[in-house]
Design a protein around this ligand. Sequence first.
Ligand SMILES: O=C(O)[C@H](O)[C@H](O)COP(=O)(O)O
Ligand SMILES: [Mg+2]
Length: 293
Amino acid sequence: MSTFLFDCDGVLWSGDTPLEGAPEALDMLRKKGKQIVFVTNNSTKSRVDCKKKFDTIGIAASVDEIFGSAYSTAIYISRILRLPRDEKVFVLGESGIEAELHSEGVSFIGGTDPDLRRDMQPSDYAGLASGAALDPAVTVVLVGLDFHTSYIKLATAFYYLRRPGVRFLATNVDATFPHSHGLFPGAGSISAPLITMIRSVNLELEPLPLGKPSQAMMDAIEGKFKLDRSRTCMVGDRLDTDIKFGIEGGLGGTLGVLTGVMREDDLLQAGKEGREKGPSAYLEKLGDLIAGA
Ligand SMILES: O=C(O)[C@H](O)[C@H](O)COP(=O)(O)O
Ligand SMILES: [Mg+2]
């Protein structure tokens, strides 16, 4: 293999703690001349934010090696969708999405706006229901992992989603977020209530994820890093994102690790039931790669 695509949460770290042997395994691959790309679905951080986390944790990385779901989504909106400059995105998510949209010149509202981190007032109900509180320029609703969800944010997103022609995008729809060796609400848990609400009013609208396993993301990565897919391996902790991303991308191989979401039983069960295909191989932890080197 000449290129390794590395997932981050659950492979390199759990929360802010590096996983045993991960820095050393990356160093070993770099010394062997391998190309390394970091492909994270965590949209709460921009590429620059991720680089700061790499530095804090002590893993060598450059901003150019980082390709997160917030960046993938921002380039999709600006370069594929070609959203007109006078249109806006309503964001449910953190500053990582905002920074990447800004880097692509895409206008947005919502996100970390402090005015949305408060209780609904009677005037909010009236303003949303009548449309008076809505920005006429919003034509896209984008949802990612949001640590500050609120009733008013969900209500506002719901009203934007009821607009004819609106686009419903997601940086990713991971059901859970691995942290401190546990599982917590993931980005998919932020879009789920919206899906329930839009289905209840008979709207045929599903979020289009632009992170793993989206092949729009794989195509963008292939273009930027000039991948030879047959000599590229995806390393991840999640079957329905990382491993699916690699398999559907026709990569040379996929490597699973059991330090994040995926458990060995999941692999055996998936294999038996022919659901999500399992990885080409798997390790207890990334650091075990060194033992086998
Ligand atoms: O809910 C989420 O957004 C994901 O669990 C999380 O951020 C995944 O990050 P990754 O494992 O792709 O680095
Ligand atoms: Mg992960």
